[in-house]
Design a protein around this ligand. Structure first.
Ligand code: ATP
Length: 302
């Protein structure tokens, strides 16, 4: 049987007295897009860098395409986009990509890739003179130029403008269609929801939830509206059918859960009218991945 793209069992990583990864177990399937989500400091980059062979674990087992991550033969089969850098500062991005292409048997066309990522006019610009978002695009191009079987993308769209972000999403979707396995980290929940087959939410170095985006968000719907902050949720709850819940999160944004149907909708709007409150942006939607993420990892800043 073919091994998973990535298999991690009981991974432990310590930096001095900090335990960054604490018994983490996860599997990323072949040909799938797996998104690793987690608050700042949760251990995402440490996990990815161990999988890339850049860091050594203190415990546990990691297999990448069935092999230990430090095996040299993985270099040709795995593409890596680091969170920062990875390209010499003086390198012109066009030349750098052509050089990278030469290390691979069946590379993508560097010029076409630059064009796709909107970088043609910067092909002769040294890497250090590119903007942060432009540097990100070069790193992304370098990660995929060799048509790898597996790509690690650490926050691929951080700092990208909306156009470049969409270009990145299209590229990831095409990789998936071509059967490439993708493991990415992101802080954009909409991105994870849109791109990934499998989402793994980690916190304090361990997995707190995983599944398909729709399994994580569930089928239940919510009623949402905006109004002035500080409405009395106790009074609203008293008016709602039993079994309903109501919360204000964040301030001025109200979420009502329960049997979301005509009765609940009528009760909320009638209650708002009685309070002299205009419920703005009233909508009935499924929970988002961001809702699930905040429920699981809390709202406190790290
Ligand atoms: N080289 C290092 N030396 C010491 N501590 C480190 C080092 N790298 C990471 N850490 C610590 O390990 C923990 C996990 O960091 P890591 O970078 O893996 O988190 P992350 O989930 O990728 O965070 P972010 O979302 O901010 O990128 C943090 O507490 C961090 O301070």
């Amino acid at each position: 049987m073919e091994s998973p793209a990535v298999e991690i069992i009981d991974l432990v990583k310590r930096y001095g007295r900090t335990t960054a990864i604490d018994g983490l177990t996860l599997t990323a399937g072949r040909g799938a897009v797996t998104a690793i989500l987690g608050p700042n400091g949760a251990g995402k980059t440490s996990t990815i860098e161990i999988c890339e062979g850049f860091r050594r674990p203190d415990g546990g087992t990691v297999r990448v395409l069935g092999l230990p991550p430090t095996r040299p033969e993985l270099r040709a089969r795995v593409g890596v986009m680091l969170q920062a850098g990875g390209v010499p500062p003086a390198a012109r991005c066009g030349e750098w990509l052509r050089l990278m292409a030469r290390f691979h048997a069946r590379p993508l066309d560097p010029a076409a890739l630059l064009e796709r990522l909107g970088m043609t006019e910067h092909a002769r610009t040294p890497y250090r003179r590119l903007s942060g978002g432009q540097q990100q695009r070069v790193s992304l191009a370098a990660a995929v130029i060799g048509r790898p079987e597996l790509v690690f993308l650490d926050e691929p769209t951080a700092g990208l403008d909306p156009q470049a972000r969409h270009a990145c999403w299209d590229l990831v979707a095409d990789l998936r269609t071509a059967g490439v396995s993708v493991v990415l980290t992101t802080h954009h929940m909409d991105e994870a929801e849109r791109l990934s087959d499998h989402v793994v939410i980690i916190d304090h170095g361990g997995v707190v939830a995983e599944g398909t985006p729709s399994a994580l968000t569930g089928a239940e719907r919510q009623l949402r509206f905006r109004a002035r902050p500080g409405l009395s949720l106790d009074e609203l709850l008293a008016a709602l059918p039993s079994g309903s819940t109501a919360k204000e999160s964040p301030s001025g944004h109200y979420i009502v859960e329960g049997q979301v149907g005509p009765e609940l909708l009528a009760t909320v709007t009638t209650w708002c009218a009685a309070e002299g409150v205009t419920a703005a942006d009233l909508s009935i939607e499924r929970r988002t991945l961001e809702d699930v993420f905040l429920e699981l990892t809390g709202r406190e800043l790290r």
